[in-house]
Design a binder for this molecule. Structure first.
Ligand code: GLU
Length: 332
């Protein structure tokens, strides 16, 4: 992790403390309830709460359930339970605020994405009013046929519908025209990163053909609505960052958040952890007798933040980020 004496930690302090003396800086923990939390989420939680607690930030909890086909209320309930059991308490929107009220009625929550239709519609409208949005009739297959690519390579939208005047009433999908410019940002672990979204992904899909808001759009609109100063997430999302900052700039954000893209932990064979892997699900490990402290320590150890796998209570994760030279995120 970045240690206290590093130049980027100095950047964190100057940007977040001197530039914003009137309020505490803010980061977020933003899981998608598409399955049970696993050790990879726990690494993320350790980084989110660790950096915030060590350097005077607040943590906001957001439920990223924009994808209605994959998210389930029981996974949301499970992740809330897991967070409480682990001892990670959000400063903004406590776990209890997401629970159905005593009468059992579901109420709209400002940090649950499926409740934000008006917020996303207003953001889209503000871009539309400036001529930055167009309807798109292309399917994934259309795009794959138009733009052949190597396995694992990202499909760049070739702009087929940009000038095609697709009937917006006949098609739900919307794309935002991205300016053809490079985006540079500062990451607390990786240093200065430059990306070119218009060439990587082309015009950004913000609502899909089933009228669902996309991850890219929802996360940018929410990070702005929630005043997020620092985005802490796994490096698997690094490729999304430039396009998110390009979109945020179009929506009027002057200074993009700082980021910390942390390393991911994998299975012994190098494969990615997923919500389908029972061996790394926090629920399964808890049922198998692991304590919260042991699990947090295990996640920190596997991510290279501890030299040995030892018990680490949630309230002690700040220590991983506070002592200069304790360990180095660049190695993680
Ligand atoms: N909801 C995303 C996930 O669970 C994280 C999004 C983000 O950090 O930008 O992987």
């Amino acid at each position: 992790m970045p240690h206290a004496g590093s130049p980027l930690m100095a950047a964190l302090h100057s940007r977040l403390h001197s530039d914003r003396p009137s309020r505490v800086w803010r980061t977020r923990f933003a899981p998608a309830p598409t399955g049970y939390l696993h050790l990879g989420h726990l690494v993320n939680a350790v980084c989110v709460w660790g950096l915030a607690r060590a350097h005077g930030g607040d943590v906001l909890l957001r439920i990223e359930d924009h994808d209605r086909t994959r998210c389930r209320p029981e996974f949301e309930a499970a992740l809330l339970d897991d967070l409480e059991w682990l001892g990670f308490a959000p400063d903004v929107y406590p776990v209890s605020s997401f629970r159905p009220d005593v009468a059992g009625a579901e109420t709209a929550h400002p940090a649950r994405q499926s409740d934000q239709e008006p917020r996303y519609a207003a953001a889209l409208e503000s871009l539309s009013a400036r001529g930055l949005v167009y309807a798109c009739a292309c399917t994934r297959r259309d795009i794959a046929q138009l733009v052949p690519r190597a396995p694992g390579e990202e499909a760049r939208y070739p702009g087929t519908c940009r000038e095609a005047a697709v009937d917006p009433l006949a098609h739900f999908a919307r794309r935002v025209r991205l300016p053809d410019v490079a985006v540079t940002f500062e990451d607390l672990r990786l240093g200065v990163v430059t990306q070119h979204p218009a060439q990587q992904c082309g015009d950004l899909l913000v609502r899909d053909r089933h009228a669902q808001w996309t991850y890219q759009f929802a996360v940018v609109v929410d990070d702005m609505a929630h005043d997020i100063d620092v985005v802490i997430r796994g490096e698997d999302l690094l490729g999304s960052t430039g396009r998110q900052w390009a979109l945020a700039a179009l929506l009027g954000r002057d200074t993009p958040p700082l980021t910390l893209h942390h390393a991911l932990i994998t299975h012994a064979d190098g494969s990615k952890l997923s919500k389908a892997n029972r061996d790394t699900s926090l629920r399964e490990l808890r049922a198998a007798g692991w304590s919260a402290e042991r699990l947090i320590g295990e996640a920190a150890y596997r991510a290279g933040m501890l030299d040995t796998a030892r018990a680490l209570p949630a309230h002690a994760v700040a220590d991983l980020f506070a002592a200069s030279g304790d360990h180095d995120i660049s190695a993680a």
